[in-house]
Design a protein around this ligand. Structure first.
Ligand code: FMN
Length: 364
């Protein structure tokens, strides 16, 4: 099928050969202890190197930023070494790769936190959500997240500094870009949303105040790498991880304007309908487009047809695929040839080994 999806696009200082992006996908297979990217992850990402861009699974920027078992970090020397092997394998296979920088905030459990402390958030509000920890049998087990403690204002500079440091380490690890994860009910989104942010300091209250942490985290990345190498992901109106972003449109539009001022490489919009949220309206898509003239990546229930339509409408410039990329390492070729897609095996998404990870078949 002829589609703009298969045409090149400039992203930052790179030319992507196509507009099919591998979405960030948590797989919980990092080596323990230390949350170090596993050797099998080299194969996994290398297999997917024909994507226009690979965005890594979310990677915590500090031990406090962790909220699930066996997710990889980007704060220690061992993690940088692990990631270096991954980026080298991807580059050798002709691909390009960004890393997603993550702080989960309240989406955590004390057993995953340094010294078994409570997870942190904007406010100490009880909320309902579950996360995955390692059960006594070594298998993933679902548990309720803790009620978090509110970050003290004086703790925020150190938090911001961890985005700068993680960006420096990402460069050292050989990534082509970083993506700040400001979506899906994690820390930055917890500050954005009036539902989860009841603060009375400069990080709470007005829309501008609630956006402040997201922009300071972004600016911290931009102080470690130029705007051509930094993107961000948001999920306006999303219902994720116990957060219902029902007022998210105004925040999305304000953030898009601020991203435009900073001329960041891309704005990645995670559309909420794949996870029980609303379908974004054309009006909202248009308004986002009018505020951000850089590359917009759309994600959520994309097919070749949806990607073609959204690109031709001018709402997005590239499309990220999540679950299809888990099951189809050669997704670009399959879409190009109209070939059938391998079905996913959701029970193998999180944790485990090569099974359901590197064993999905390529087209003959
Ligand atoms: C197993 C799994 C893990 C995910 N991990 C992440 C993640 O680490 N970071 C993130 O921003 N989104 C994550 N997502 C959301 C995906 O990036 C994507 O937005 C979502 O799957 C919708 O796209 P799809 O319909 O093509 O699957 C995850 C989704 C799935 C299914």
């Amino acid at each position: 099928m002829s589609s703009p999806v298969f045409t090149p696009i400039t992203l930052g200082n790179m030319t992507l050969p196509n507009r099919i992006i591998m979405a960030p996908l948590t797989r919980m297979r990092a080596v323990q202890p230390g949350d170090i990217p596993a050797p099998i992850s080299q194969t996994y990402y290398e297999q997917r190197a024909t994507a226009g861009l690979i965005i890594s699974e979310a990677s915590q920027i500090s031990p406090q930023g962790k909220g699930y078992m066996a997710t990889p970090g980007i704060y220690s020397a061992e993690q940088v070494q692990g990631w270096k092997s991954v980026t080298q394998a991807v580059h050798k296979a002709g691909g390009r790769m960004a890393i997603q920088l993550w702080h989960v905030g309240r989406v955590s459990h004390h057993s995953l936190q340094p010294n078994q402390q409570l997870p942190v958030s904007a406010s100490a509000l009880p909320y309902e959500n579950k996360t995955t920890i390692m059960g006594a049998d070594g298998k993933p087990t679902r548990v309720a997240c803790d009620t978090p403690r509110a970050l003290e204002t004086h703790e925020i500079p150190e938090l911001i500094a961890s985005y700068h440091k993680a960006t420096e380490l990402s460069r050292e690890a050989g990534f082509d870009m970083v993506e700040v994860h400001a979506a899906h009910g994690y820390l930055l989104h917890q500050f954005q949303s009036a539902e989860s942010n009841h603060r009375t300091d400069i990080y709470g209250g007005s829309l501008e105040n609630r956006a402040r942490l997201t922009l300071e985290a972004l600016d911290a990345s931009l102080s470690a790498w130029d705007a051509q190498h930094v993107g961000i992901r948001i999920s306006p109106l999303g219902i994720f991880n116990g957060l219902n972003d029902r007022d998210g449109e105004a925040m999305g539009l304000y953030l898009a304007e601020e991203f435009q001022k900073r001329k960041i490489a891309y704005l990645h919009i995670s559309e909420p309908d794949w996870a029980g949220g609303p379908v974004l309206s054309d009006e909202f898509r248009k308004a986002m487009r009018s505020r951000f003239s850089g590359v917009i990546i759309g994600a959520g229930n994309y097919t070749l047809e949806k990607a073609t339509r959204m690109i031709e409408s001018g709402y997005i410039d590239a499309a990220a695929f999540g679950r299809p990329y888990i099951a189809n390492p050669d997704l670009v070729r399959r879409l190009q040839e109209g070939a059938a897609l391998n079905p996913t095996r959701p029970e193998l998404f999180y944790g485990g080994n090569e099974e359901g990870y590197t064993d999905y078949p390529f087209l003959a």
